[in-house]
Design a binder for this molecule. Structure first.
Ligand SMILES: N[C@@H](CCC(=O)N[C@@H](CS)C(=O)NCC(=O)O)C(=O)O
Length: 221
């Protein structure tokens, strides 16, 4: 059976967890925080999430894990059957990762700790987000999913990649980034309705206080 390593407050962890649940792949969860040296045994860069496959390989990096799951478990595919369609899903995920998630993540410490951010960083983040929003408005087609009528990895990735933009956007950028992408508010609402999203979100809420405790411990060390 697959083991998913990480913690439920992590948006990247939840991308992989959602994919596992929707594909119906049996898995167990191993709660491990980024401060725990044991994480390095399964994730060499010390990032969450990682998986241990049923044959014992350790894999990390969310997109690599998603691709592995698609290949190893082709039932309930989350990538389109055609080559161009698969490339489009990967392009959307890349735009979400590079210009939206990773950019806004730079402001996460300020948003979580209530510190004022460096105005230069705010400017850089806002510029990167505008680039990502423009790209996503060109390549997505929320009818109702990002690539049309079928849910793909792009939708799952987007749901959780938007967690940090939704937090830092209004607080520090004076922007509602989800609303800047045509059709995305409706898609986010649709995705939130699923039983899987509700389970993932509940597990995330249940993990919040332990996660915040880990952050405080890291700061005081
Ligand atoms: N590139 C990684 C990023 C994952 C990531 O940043 N995870 C966060 C938790 S949500 C983490 O491990 N942070 C710890 C750190 O950056 O030291 C992926 O795609 O899986």
């Amino acid at each position: 059976m697959i083991t998913l390593h990480g913690f439920a407050y992590s948006n990247y962890y939840n991308i992989v967890k959602h994919a596992l649940l929707i594909k119906g792949i049996p898995f167990q969860e191993n709660t491990v925080y980024t401060t725990d040296p044991a994480l390095l045994q399964v994730s060499p860069a010390g990032k969450v999430p990682a998986i241990t496959t049923s044959s014992g390989e350790n894999l990390s990096e969310t997109t690599a894990i998603l691709e592995y799951l698609e290949e190893a478990y082709p039932e309930h595919p989350l990538l389109p059957a055609d080559t161009a369609g698969r490339a489009r899903v990967r392009q959307i995920i890349k735009c979400l990762e590079l210009y939206i998630e990773l950019s806004t993540r730079r402001l996460l410490p300020s948003a979580l700790m209530g510190m004022s951010p460096d105005p230069q960083v705010v400017e850089e983040v806002s510029t990167a987000v505008s680039r990502g929003v423009a790209a996503l408005n060109t390549v997505t087609d929320c009818r109702p999913y990002l690539c049309g009528d079928t849910l793909t990895l792009a939708d799952i990735y987007c749901r959780y990649a938007m967690a940090i933009p939704q937090l830092v956007g209004p607080k520090l950028l004076d922007r509602d980034i989800v609303s800047e992408i045509e059709g995305l508010p409706a898609l986010m609402a649709l995705l939130a309705e699923s039983e899987i999203s509700q389970k993932v979100d509940q597990d995330m809420r249940n993990n919040q206080s332990e996660f915040m405790q880990k952050i405080r411990e890291r700061q005081s060390n």
